[in-house]
Design a protein around this ligand. Sequence first.
Ligand code: AMP
Length: 115
Amino acid sequence: MDDCIFCKIAQKELSSEVVYETNEVIAFRDVAPVAPTHILLIPKKHIQSLSQLEKNDRADLMPKMYDAIDELVKKEGLNEKGYRVVSNTGKEGGQTVNHLHFHLLGGRSMQWPPG
Ligand code: AMP
């Protein structure tokens, strides 16, 4: 999608600190981290949000996203300590970039409920 910043990151038109990449998935450090580890995982294909994820994409893509999370959790040394994975979805979910993404947060104690 032309005006999507995460598509531009996936296509390397916009620079980012990439920490994981396959043909379908890319992960990069959040530009405004809210935790010592703050990584965004996205499908390279433009999907607006979790609520736009079609059934075939769910089956194909989600295991690949979880593979990425698994590898990054190990790389960042978060397995023992714990971490949080969240996908803000839609306006009331707090989504500000309309390209499906998962935040991987770790390295500090998380609070609940989130704001
Ligand atoms: P959300 O508010 O859940 O849609 O998350 C969007 C996230 O994207 C925020 O945490 C932003 O800091 C992050 N972000 C926006 N632009 C960039 C960028 N160019 N590179 C890395 N992270 C970004």
